[in-house]
Design a protein around this ligand. Structure first.
Ligand code: F6R
Length: 594
């Protein structure tokens, strides 16, 4: 789970590589490094921590003008977070230098093979074995770098995108790709490589979206792509017109900016899926949804929580529906009927646990709809039907606006397929409600400052509010490191209440009339044991003393308001605790390893 940038030609390498890494830090940020050369001079700099640390190490001007350069931001999988495990990694003869994103599953066997051939290693990464394998073939049997790369990659099991430099060929940048994303950007007097379009957005208008199994090289003005030994015609596609803006625009943090982008994201979704007051979803897809014997959602983390709301909505319409965490489904698939529809939901579209589920769906010829926020992602490419979330880039590791877009899109899709209504107008009203919450965000600061004093926290809800509680607890624990967990409020007395004390508060959501009374009875039991309850309620169900009151919404849209409150509380709590809000420890934005 790493980010790669590289380039060949005439450009400001320092600026492209370092800023490119900054734009890819969402893919991992525990260490980083870069390598540049023109053949006579080379520079390898690596550093633990964020890109700003590396920036301080890299001279403001290079001794010579480089002709090729590569850089990498890492999220450790094999080997600890140390300088020797940072990329770029180099081969035993120091001639092959590369950056790698992915996981080589058979790296132990390859390492043994290389060790038997007297090749030693300086670090613990699976990436170093790839550099050595290429250098080994080049020094034994391959006629050139291309052949060495083809021979080496044919021995690799697993995922990789590689940007590779050979010291003797400083005017070429080699690459190989399988199961990890890699794009080539076409520029003026230079060509580029990157894990996604964002680092190249301002410099290339066209790019090549590399398919699995491809390898080749770029020069300053040529692009050569090979597959199974044959050169392929290069297919250039226009740069995405989607919002690739990754600047803070005056906000102190991306998390805050992205929470507040939610209304515009939902409006953009409505614009993309509603025309002349009619939904524009593919009628064939709507038929499949309608006729499916059951609907099975697969997702992870935040996206899984969004799918739980859709399951509730479907079940309320009498439709058989379930949601599974992808890492579980991949090994324990459950299909109860003959004609299911699978819906995969993923912000990034690169989540390995989800990719692992796809062969099962395809081998059984089940229908598959994929929803992602990146139409060029691996999951989007594998989709039978695809829907884009159009949320623009989400930089903060904690997903906020995309979760909301997932809810909104699922609501519209199921409305079109089952309810056959025009409830997008309710969604428009919901946007206004979210704008009101944003306008009054200062109210959340004292509540968050109170929460920041505690180490433990329950999120309580019943019915649809339990899904919100799950999402609230996930946000709180990943960003503030408070030990937060969700409890179905009725279950509290069956065990979890044992934890309640004056040091263990709860945040409770109330959106549903039929359980509001029972929720409040439960608060008495908590208070009787010294526990504090922060109540977040819908207006018509609120009491004067409730801590946060939001506007009334239709039941299946109410999670949007409650979750936005939970997002704000998380944000302000993390600020109070002085934490790195956008880059919580141990996490990366796209989880491309199992
Ligand atoms: C939490 C968060 C993660 C992701 C999960 C799935 O804020 O962002 O829980 O939701 O890793 O990622 P995607 O949606 O990219 O498949």
């Amino acid at each position: 789970m790493c980010g790669i940038v590289g380039a060949c030609g005439a450009l400001d390498f320092r600026d492209y590589l370092l800023n490119g890494l900054r734009k890819l830090e969402y893919r991992g940020y525990d260490s980083c490094g870069l390598f540049v050369t023109d053949g006579s001079f080379s520079l390898l700099e690596r550093s633990v921590g964020v890109v700003d640390n590396l920036d301080k190490q890299v001279p403001t001007t290079f001794e010579h003008t480089p002709s090729v350069g590569i850089a990498h931001t890492r999220w450790a999988t094999h080997g600890g977070v140390t300088i020797s495990n940072c990329h770029p990694v180099y081969s035993f003869d120091r001639k092959v230098i590369l950056v790698h994103n992915g996981v080589i599953e058979n790296f132990v066997q390859i390492r043994e093979f290389l060790a038997a051939n007297k090749i030693s290693f300086y670090g613990n990464t699976d990436s170093e074995i790839v550099a050595n394998l290429i250098a080994y073939y080049l020094s034994t049997s391959a006629k050139d770098m291309l052949e060495a790369i083809e021979m080496a990659t044919s021995k690799l099991n697993g995922s990789y995108s590689l940007a590779i430099v050979h010291l003797a060929e400083p005017h070429r940048l080699y690459f190989a790709k399988n199961l990890s994303p890699l794009l080539i950007g076409k520029g003026q007097g230079a060509n580029y490589l990157a894990s996604d379009q964002i680092p190249m957005a301002e410099i290339s208008r066209e790019f090549v979206d590399l398919k699995d199994g491809r390898f080749g090289y770029i020069t300053k003005d040529e692009i050569h792509v090979y597959f199974q030994g044959q050169e392929e015609k290069v297919k250039l596609v226009e740069r995405s017109s989607e919002n690739l803006d990754v600047s803070l625009n005056g906000y102190p943090h991306f998390m805050l900016k992205e929470i507040e982008e939610t209304p515009s994201c939902i409006e953009r979704l409505i614009k993309n899926y509603v025309f002349h007051d009619e939904y524009t979803f593919d009628p064939k897809l709507l038929k499949i949804i309608e006729r499916a014997s059951e609907i099975i959602f697969l997702a992870c983390g935040t996206s899984y929580h969004a799918s739980l709301i859709a399951v509730d909505l479907l079940r309320s319409k009498g439709k058989l529906a379930s949601a599974y965490i992808a890492s579980e489904f991949a090994y324990h698939p459950v299909v109860m009927t003959k004609n299911p529809l699978f819906i995969i939901i993923s912000q990034s579209g690169e989540t390995a646990d989800l990719l692992k589920c796809v062969p099962f769906i395809q081998d059984n010829a089940y229908h598959l709809l994929t929803i992602t926020n990146n139409r060029y992602s691996s999951l989007a490419r594998k989709a039978e039907y695809y829907l884009n979330l159009y949320s623009g880039v989400e930089v903060s590791v904690a997903s906020t606006k995309v979760y909301q877009s997932e809810l909104a899109l699922l609501f519209m899709l199921l409305d079109a397929a089952f309810i056959k209504g025009h409830h997008f107008n309710e969604l428009r009203e919901q946007v206004k409600c979210l704008e009101k919450i944003i306008a009054h965000k200062e109210k959340f600061i004292p509540v968050a400052e109170e929460i920041a004093k505690y180490d433990n926290l329950f999120f309580l809800g019943r019915g649809i509010d339990y899904s919100t509680a799950l999402e609230g607890a996930l946000k709180m624990k990943e960003v503030t490191y408070i030990n937060a967990s969700a409890v179905q409020a009725g279950e509290l007395k069956h065990g979890p209440i044992a934890l309640i004390s004056n040091e263990f508060p709860s945040i409770a959501f109330i959106s549903e009339e039929k359980t509001a009374h029972q929720m409040r009875n439960g608060f008495q039991e908590i208070k009787a044991r010294g526990g504090r309850v922060f109540v977040v309620s819908s207006k018509s169900l609120s009491l004067e003393d409730d801590d946060i009151i939001v506007c009334d919404s239709p039941l299946y849209l109410s999670p949007m308001s409650k979750v936005m409150v939970a997002q704000y509380l998380t944000y302000y709590t993390a600020i109070k605790k002085g934490l790195n809000v956008d880059k919580p420890r141990n996490l990366a934005k796209s989880v491309t390893v199992e």
